[in-house]
Write a protein that binds this ligand. Structure first.
Ligand SMILES: CC(C)(COP(=O)(O)OP(=O)(O)OC[C@H]1O[C@@H](n2cnc3c(N)ncnc32)[C@H](O)[C@@H]1OP(=O)(O)O)[C@@H](O)C(=O)NCCC(=O)NCCS
Length: 195
């Protein structure tokens, strides 16, 4: 798989950057939260220990899985994760994204900005033509983030996922490069107006 070098992407509310070993304690403190786990695949641990965080940071630093894992830094500390990954063949022209943010920072536009920074990078630097994201049916916050960033709901797969003892739909979102180019200036203007 082609290695993706991780740049530093700076916004007004957060910075996306590569992981550092000293991120692990802050990462673990934010990640150990059932409200985050409930919206993610079961591969995300719960409880989330310092050892889990150290393993994750080490994995991201070796960066040999063809995926781009960014630490989301807020107020000087790692407070979440943003990942870009090629779903199938390893080609970077079609990417899927995934993310979570520590609850202490919810509701301040951080993730909308983080997704916008990541999409700018993917479409401008990786020659990407399409980005896809999946959200559980009950993950309305995540769906709203994607809609604000210009994604289209392309399908709702009913009762597709089993999580936390319940069945839920899986919402499949997509955005094309031309749609992002049309949306991004509008979105960046709202960021500037709010800061
Ligand atoms: C979903 C999540 C990423 C949102 O992050 P955030 O930084 O709080 O999101 P923003 O502040 O950028 O909010 C964007 C929009 O979503 C809305 N929103 C956020 N959380 C919401 C919720 N729980 N219910 C309803 N709307 C919500 C905001 O009001 C805002 O919309 P508005 O501008 O129209 O008011 C964060 O809550 C999280 O990490 N949750 C757990 C993990 C997860 O769901 N990951 C995504 C898996 S696909």
């Amino acid at each position: 798989m082609t290695r993706i070098d991780i740049p530093i992407l700076t916004g007004a509310r957060c910075t996306l950057r590569g992981y550092r070993p000293d991120d692990a304690p802050s990462l673990a403190a934010h990640a150990d939260n059932r409200a985050i786990w409930r919206n993610l695949l079961d591969i995300f641990p719960s409880p989330y220990t310092l050892a889990d965080a150290e393993r994750w940071v080490n994995h991201c630093q070796t960066n040999d899985d063809g995926q781009a894992h960014f630490a989301i830094e807020v107020e000087g500390a790692c407070a979440g994760n943003f990942t870009l990954r090629p779903p199938d063949s390893g080609n970077q022209d079609f990417l899927e994204l995934g993310y979570w943010l520590g609850e202490a920072h919810w509701g301040r536009g951080v993730m909308t900005e983080a997704v916008a920074l990541g999409m700018d990078f993917a479409f401008a630097q990786l020659d990407c033509r399409r980005i896809e994201a999946r959200a559980y049916g009950w993950a309305v916050g995540s769906q709203r983030v994607l809609e604000k960033c210009g994604f289209t709901l392309e399908g709702r797969l009913r009762n597709r996922m089993f999580k936390d003892g319940e069945l839920t739909d899986q919402c499949v979102y997509g955005i094309l490069r031309c749609e992002w180019l049309a949306r991004k200036y509008q979105l960046h203007a709202t960021f500037a107006a709010a800061s």
